[in-house]
Write a protein that binds this ligand. Sequence first.
Ligand code: PXG
Length: 285
Amino acid sequence: MSLKIYINGKLYDKEDAKVSVYDHGLLYGDGVFEGMRIYGGKVFRLAEHLERLWNSAKAIWLEIPMTPEALAEAVNQTMQVNGIRDGYVRLVVTRGAGTLGLDPNKCSDPQVIVIADTITLYPREYYEQGLHIVTVSTIRNHPAALSPRIKSLNYLNNILAKIEGLQAGCVEALMLNQKGEVSECTGDNIFLVRKGELLTPSVDAGVLEGITRSVVLELARELKIPVREIPLTKHDVYIADECFLTGSAAEIVPVTKVDSRKIGDGLPGPITRRLLKRFHEVTRQ
Ligand code: PXG
């Protein structure tokens, strides 16, 4: 049986789920998206993802032609018809089909797309041994040009950084901001642990406000681990006791080498492991 894809209120077989080549989502990356996890038949933090989707859309003057409640219903319906109990949901809202010019006012019918599918997870060894990452030369989008808080369909900034990372043999890459401070990785937020404190760049550093990031901040408070959201440099990363990344796909993944420097003792650290254990309890309860 073919996977069913939701587009604007209808379910299509995967092969028939199509959008126009005049859609500005394709022509210009003009649109927004979300990537979410399904655990035990339930979308994790659905309300938060919908809020971020609506905020991204608002920032680019894109009106999503339905209510968040109706989209939540569409997400649950799509997940259920496909019988996905553990997997991934991609929400996409495009500007819709228009003319071959930039003007979004010439577009009609924004496409609201829901894809619920299985997910290929990072291999186990990444969690047991930790990832090796590199800092890349592509800086994160300048917030005054295009805010990294917008999860837009234009992901070239991240893709270029990802390619640089892959060329260095790494599946994730660390991006700095226009001030040379640590921002985030191509699809994950970054955390450090130093002297028992959890450190992460604040939103001002030009990062996506990750949902997993906010869950980790909540768990840290619950576990009485002190947290600071502060500007961080590469030097802070190199001298950290622990480092890990967070994202809907990666969850919490330890990092044990950055730019050929061993982090801490080169193994996933105790605070990372505590947070990961608690994260698993929260998501797999
Ligand atoms: N930073 C960036 C730039 C991201 O794109 C995150 C941080 C982590 O955010 P969440 O809310 O997931 O904790 C992301 C998220 C995909 C995919 O399919 C991308 C993300 C998440 C899941 C899947 O490419 N990016």
